[in-house]
Design a protein around this ligand. Structure first.
Ligand SMILES: [Mg+2]
Ligand SMILES: [Zn+2]
Length: 234
């Protein structure tokens, strides 16, 4: 069928769709998958008292943990392909966004090399991605935190995704899709939030509205309703 046009419909105002990667686009958190397979067990438990007490930052704790991950880039790629899983409908969401003229940005606290692998396999290597990076090696993994993360966020006292959203936002309505801790602050900047797992529980505790989702077809339907001006909060 050739009726579908890639020219954005002028009837629909452009949106900014920001989508988390781990546990949102993927079925499983790739950081957990990598650490479980190639990291030393128990590292996080050893670090947690220092982290909770504020003696080390989350970035330092993650770096310590990933230093124990001894795997080559090829081993990590094979593992991700085998275990990460891609949530149903993501490619359809990208196509929907492109047809409508909405901007879609992958906003991740995870690693560029892993995201690029998954996106390339999906034929979506052109998407804009915000993330950190991990350099995998048989001698241990080195994390590289993006220096494009701005100042400490006043809500969480970390360098969180709010900065990435603020520097990209051009005044259009924002839709955010996520599942975890890194999505908390930034979800407060969105006009429409899709949440699952820990993010959904956190929003519930605060009586904040969101739409639950298990796949991206539900996200597409929710965005269509939002475009049409329907009240879509759950
Ligand atoms: Mg996540
Ligand atoms: Zn924050």
């Amino acid at each position: 069928m050739v009726a579908t046009s890639l020219v954005p419909s002028p009837a629909v105002a452009p949106l900014l769709l920001a989508v988390d990667f781990d546990g949102t686009i993927t079925m499983r958190d790739t950081l957990h998958v990598i650490v479980d397979e190639y990291g030393r067990a128990g590292v996080w438990d050893e670090l947690e008292p220092d982290l909770v007490a504020g003696r080390i930052t989350i970035e330092e704790a993650m770096s310590e943990q990933f230093r124990t991950v001894t795997a080559t880039p090829d081993e990590v790629s094979a593992l991700i392909r085998q275990r990460a899983g891609v949530r149903e409908g993501f490619t359809d969401l990208v196509q929907f966004a492109e047809q409508r003229g909405h901007r879609l940005v992958v906003m991740s606290a995870g690693f560029r090399s892993v995201i690029d692998l998954v996106m390339a396999d999906l034929g979506l290597g052109h998407l804009e991605v915000v993330s950190n990076e991990a350099i995998f090696s048989a001698d241990g993994c080195t994390l590289v935190f993006s220096d494009d993360r701005g100042e400490l966020c006043e809500l969480c006292d970390r360098r969180c995704k709010r900065h990435a959203m603020r520097v990209r936002h051009e005044g259009e309505p924002v839709v955010y899709v996520g599942d975890g801790i890194s999505d908390r602050c930034v979800s407060g900047l969105a006009d429409l939030v899709f949440a699952r797992a820990g993010l959904a529980a956190w929003l519930d505790e605060r009586d904040r509205e969101y739409l639950p989702f298990d796949d991206f077809h539900q996200v597409i339907d929710g965005v269509k309703a939002f475009e049409a001006g329907e009240r879509v909060a759950a």
